[in-house]
Design a protein around this ligand. Structure first.
Ligand code: PEP
Length: 268
């Protein structure tokens, strides 16, 4: 995959409710992309679909897109009712794993330490981890964004070898900007300068832990209410390697324009 490949990660969360609907959605995405008639589409866009885990093995493995799992467990096997080991996710077709999504942290009490353990489990596999970090509204309003992001990155990467850095993706997802949190205004969400600042911060923290040249190459993507309207301003942040899309990845109507604009980003 070329280094200019732009990651578009669809996080379906706990949707849709049947496998049939999930299959239809994927089919519609593929049909829509086909109709764009861009032969180099898949060289420029790396589409990763993260459906509910139960659909992974059954959703089929796309010719072009990859599958990701929304959460994994840090242990390799054993008496952990309801959990999914990295090896199981891989076997079911997942090539990517979201780790530390804010909904896991908020609703399931996932801690920085658990995020770190999950990252360790993931880097031992062939899967690409997507580590999610981001401040909540209160932290943002209290001017704690830098401290929170730095803490989350330092904890997540504790004792992670520099050799693993090139395969790790970091998703900056401010909690207040996630569409279901409904507290951010779209003006804030769109501000490319804020996002650019956080990308710089994350690289700085990583270069303090590791070394600058390697830190600079880590792929950072943005998530939080990405939609067909604000994608253009996000694409202006040329240090971003992609986007993580939640709600807008559940309809062809919203998702295709995002894919189309991401494809044409160098021309815009
Ligand atoms: C997410 O929560 O991962 C996400 C990107 O959500 P949304 O796009 O709906 O804000």
């Amino acid at each position: 995959m070329s280094k200019n490949t732009f990651l578009v990660v669809a996080n379906w969360k706990m949707n849709p409710l049947t496998l049939k609907e999930a299959e239809r959605l994927v089919k519609n995405f593929e049909g829509g992309i086909e109709r764009l008639n861009k032969r180099d589409f898949w060289e420029k866009i790396n589409l990763i679909i993260c459906p509910p885990a139960i659909y992974l093995g059954r959703l089929g493995r796309g010719k072009h897109y990859s599958l990701g799992i929304q959460n994994i467990y840090s242990e390799t096997r054993g008496a952990f009712t309801g959990e999914i080991a990295v090896r199981m996710a891989e076997d079911a077709g997942a090539r990517y794993a979201l780790i530390g999504h804010s909904e896991r942290r908020i609703h399931f009490g996932e801690t920085d330490e658990q995020v770190n353990l999950k990252l360790h489990a993931c880097v031992k596999s062939l899967m690409t981890p997507i580590v999610c970090v981001g401040e909540n509204l209160e932290e943002r309003n209290n001017g704690e964004t830098t401290r929170v992001i730095s803490r989350q990155i330092r904890s997540a990467f504790h004792r992670i070898s520099i050799l693993n850095l090139p395969k790790i993706v970091i998703a900056y997802e401010p909690v207040w900007a996630i569409s279901t949190m409904k507290s951010g205004s779209s003006a804030e969400i769109d501000d490319p300068n804020d996002i650019m600042g956080i990308v710089i911060l994350i690289k700085k923290v990583l270069s303090d832990i590791y070394q600058k040249d390697v830190a600079d190459r880590v792929r950072i993507i943005y998530g939080g209410s990405v939609n067909p309207t604000n994608i253009a301003s996000l694409l202006e942040v040329n240090t971003l390697s992609g986007v993580l899309v939640g709600g807008a990845s559940l309809t062809v109507f919203d998702f295709l324009p995002i894919l189309r604009k991401a494809y044409g980003r160098e021309e815009e």
